[in-house]
Design a binder for this molecule. Sequence first.
Ligand SMILES: *Cc1c(COP(=O)(O)O)cnc(C)c1O
Length: 245
Amino acid sequence: MTAPFPVGPQLVSRIDEVLSRIDSAATQAGRDGAGITVLLATKTRTPQQIAAVIEVLRERGRTIAVGENRAQEMAKHEDPLLAGNGVPRHFIGRLQTNKARDVVAFAELIHSVDRDDIAEALERRAEMAGLHREVLVQVNTSGEESKGGYDPTPEAVIPVVQRLRGSQVLRPVGLMTIGANTSDDAAVRASLRSLRELRDEVRERLGLDDFEQLSMGMSGDLEIAVEEGATIVRVGSAIFGPRPA
Ligand SMILES: *Cc1c(COP(=O)(O)O)cnc(C)c1O
């Protein structure tokens, strides 16, 4: 198959670099790197750029997903270069209730249920559209005020998971966090580890075998995330290059 777009050597080497970072961290932790989903955080990238990366990741045999963090960027995935490519679409950004309908239509997994009114809006819209969607509960593990999410305690997270479990259309499958924004690796590790511990506790207390996803780790902290049990890493700039300012 010939690519309808150029896959430059620089892009290929950035992708391989990310995959080798994932694989070494996985090996370190006694895990299989190929089992970790690489979610491309596509932000403002063009359909051409996104399609090129998808092609390389597919050649490498990776489990992939694309993730948008802004509702207004979702339409670009209807571009002929991307539409119908079979790559699961996720939503990873801060949600607004007035965008719930569009997000439900777009994403099969929504990472960012960070407050009760969002859970309600997604449920209502999924019911109206007749769609079943998986969701993650976003947890604020860093204590940074700019970040959304429930407090990192079972008392805060269990009620929302239970509420979602009661839904006919939404299925909670795990937790998501944005790690501490610091160069202090120990602080990053503590925040990411707390997500895993919280998932384990929720899973055990509620007896949920299928509550297993841990969406954590970005370009700067993906090794730590993989070592701490990430099942989905969300990567943007390490693959696409620095974002235009
Ligand atoms: C942009 C984004 C990422 C990826 O960030 P990079 O540092 O570019 O890898 C991950 N998660 C969320 C929620 C994002 O918005």
